[in-house]
Design a protein around this ligand. Structure first.
Ligand code: UT7
Length: 322
C-alpha cells in the first residue's frame, strides 16, 4: 500500500521591518481605512537588503526541521514555491540545499505564483506515495516587495514578504488516518493576463512589475476556491461539517471569509494572517499553518483544508489530517 504523507514540522520567517498602512499613506494616495476595508490588511513585513528568497526560505526550513526533530541529513528533496527567486537559476531550492549543508538528494523550484505552496505540497505527496522520497522539505518563500511597482497603489499595498516551510514525512502506519488525504491542482493559461509579472530575465526591456486586474481576479477567486473546496471534500466523501480548520491563501479577508462561510466554519476556525502579513504569495499558507500549529490552535488529528488561487491562473487545494 502507498505510504501516507504526514506533516511533521512547521517553520516560518518574517523579515524584521514592519510597514503599516499609515506609513504607506504618507507616500501614496491611499489610506489605512481603504486598505483595511477592502482587504483586511493593517501591516506587512518587508525584506531588508540582506533578506532573499534563499535566506528567508532557509531560515523557515531550519525552524521546520527543528520542530520535526530532524536534520538536513534526513531530507531527500527540497521543493521551493517562489515567483521571486534570487536568480533565474540555479533554483532557490538548490541554494537552500547548500545553505542547509546538503550535498545529497535533490531540489527544484515550483512556479505557480500564490498557489505555489499547494502545488509543491502536492508534488511532495506524490514523491512520498510513490516511495521515491521519505522526507521532503516544502517551502514557500517570497519577496514581492521587489516586484511590485511602489508607485501603483492598486497593487503595492497588498503584498508582504516572508517564508514558510513544512517537513513532510512518509508514514509507515498503513492503517493510520493521519496525513494528506487528497490534492487537487488546476491552471488555466487563458486567464494569464489577469495577474502577471511584466517581463523577466528573458525580457529585460520590460518593467518587471506585478500587474493585476484586481476585480477580475477577485471574481475568479470566489468562484474557483468555492468549487475547489467542494472538489476536495467530495473526493474523500466528506462534508463541510468534517472540516476542523481552513488554512487559506491570504490575499483578501473578504475572499477568506467567503470560503469560511460557505463551509459553515465559525471565524475562529479560519486561520487569518492577512491582517498582519498582507499577501505573501506562496509563503502565506505555510506561515499561517506554522502560526496556528505553534500557538496550539490546530491539534494533531484535526482535518485541515488548505486552498489557494494565484497568477496563471492557478488554483487548488490540499486536504490533510494533521
Ligand atoms: O494572491 C493572488 C490572488 N489575488 C487576489 O485574490 C486579489 C483579488 N482582488 C482583490 O483583493 C481586490 O480586487 C483588490 C483589493 C485588489 C481591490 O479591491 P476592489 O474592491 O476590487 O477595488 P477596485 O480595484 O475596484 O478599486 C476601487 C477604487 C478605484 O477607484 P475608482 O476607479 O472607483 O475611482 C481604485 O482606483 O479604489 C481605488 N484604489 C485605491 N484607493 C485608495 C485602488 N487601490 C487603492 C488604494 N487606496 N490603495
Amino acid at each position: 500500500m502507498a505510504k501516507r504523507s504526514l506533516l511533521v514540522g512547521f517553520g516560518g520567517f518574517l523579515p524584521e521591518r514592519v510597514v503599516t498602512n499609515e506609513e504607506l499613506a504618507t507616500r501614496l494616495a491611499t489610506s489605512d481605512e481603504w486598505i483595511k476595508t477592502r482587504t483586511g490588511i493593517t501591516r506587512r513585513h518587508l525584506a531588508g537588503p540582506d533578506d532573499s528568497a534563499t535566506s528567508m526560505g532557509a531560515e523557515a526550513a531550519r525552524r521546520a526541521l527543528d520542530y520535526a526533530g530532524l536534520s538536513a541529513d534526513d531530507i531527500d528533496v527540497v521543493l521551493v514555491a517562489t515567483s521571486t527567486p534570487d536568480q533565474a537559476f540555479p533554483a532557490t531550492a538548490v541554494r537552500i540545499q547548500a545553505a542547509l549543508g546538503m550535498t545529497h538528494g535533490f531540489g527544484f523550484d515550483i512556479a505557480a505564483a500564490c498557489s505555489g505552496f499547494i502545488f509543491a505540497l502536492a508534488t511532495a505527496n506524490s514523491f512520498i506515495r510513490s516511495g521515491q522520497v521519505r522526507n521532503a522539505l516544502v517551502i514557500g518563500s517570497e519577496v514581492y516587495s521587489r516586484i511590485v511597482d511602489w508607485q501603483d497603489r492598486g497593487t503595492c499595498v497588498l503584498f508582504g514578504d516572508g517564508a514558510g516551510a513544512v517537513v513532510v514525512s512518509a508514514s509507515d502506519d498503513e492503517s493510520g488516518t493521519r496525513g494528506i488525504l487528497s490534492t487537487h491542482l488546476h491552471s488555466d493559461g487563458t486567464t494569464g493576463d489577469l495577474l502577471y509579472v511584466d517581463g523577466a530575465v528573458g525580457q529585460p526591456d520590460k518593467s518587471g512589475h506585478l500587474k493585476m486586474s484586481g476585480r477580475d481576479v477577485f471574481r475568479h477567486a470566489v468562484a474557483k476556491l468555492s468549487s475547489s473546496v467542494d472538489e476536495a471534500l467530495q473526493a474523500e466523501g466528506l462534508s463541510y461539517a468534517d472540516v476542523d480548520w481552513l488554512v487559506p491563501h491570504q490575499a483578501n479577508i473578504r475572499i477568506i471569509e467567503g470560503v469560511g462561510k460557505k463551509l459553515g466554519l465559525p471565524a475562529e476556525r479560519v486561520v487569518v494572517t492577512v491582517d498582519r502579513h498582507a499577501n505573501t504569495s506562496a509563503a502565506s499558507i505555510p506561515l499561517a499553518l506554522d502560526e496556528a500549529v505553534r500557538d496550539g490552535r490546530i491539534q494533531k488529528g484535526e482535518l485541515v483544508l488548505m486552498e489557494a488561487l494565484g497568477g496563471g491562473l492557478t488554483w487548488g487545494s490540499v486536504l490533510v489530517r494533521l
